[in-house]
Design a binder for this molecule. Structure first.
Ligand SMILES: [Zn+2]
Length: 88
């Protein structure tokens, strides 16, 4: 018996920073910012993460600050995770 095709229903996107105003959005919390960048270091688009325009702008600014402070990496070559995986 064939299973009925399950229709893909994407989870409703929401802005994490609007949802939880207590969530700190600054360069001092790189572990939160790290959720919004790819493993290659790219900032993920708001249409993917669901972050609102206001917070996406703030997020971009804080990620760039964090990179400047060496709390986040610019590219994968500087990421310790990727270095471990590729065993350079
Ligand atoms: Zn927001």
């Amino acid at each position: 018996m064939s299973q009925p095709k399950k229709k893909f229903t994407p989870k409703k996107k929401f802005c994490r920073f609007c949802d939880n105003p207590e969530l700190p959005l600054n360069y001092k919390n790189p572990e939160i910012l790290a959720d919004f960048i790819t493993e290659r270091g790219k900032i993920i688009a708001s249409r993917v993460t669901g972050t609102c325009a206001k917070h996406q702008r703030a997020l971009t600014r804080e990620i760039k600050r964090a990179r400047q402070m060496a709390l986040l990496y610019y590219t994968a070559t500087h990421s310790t995770d990727v270095l471990k995986k590729s065993k350079i």
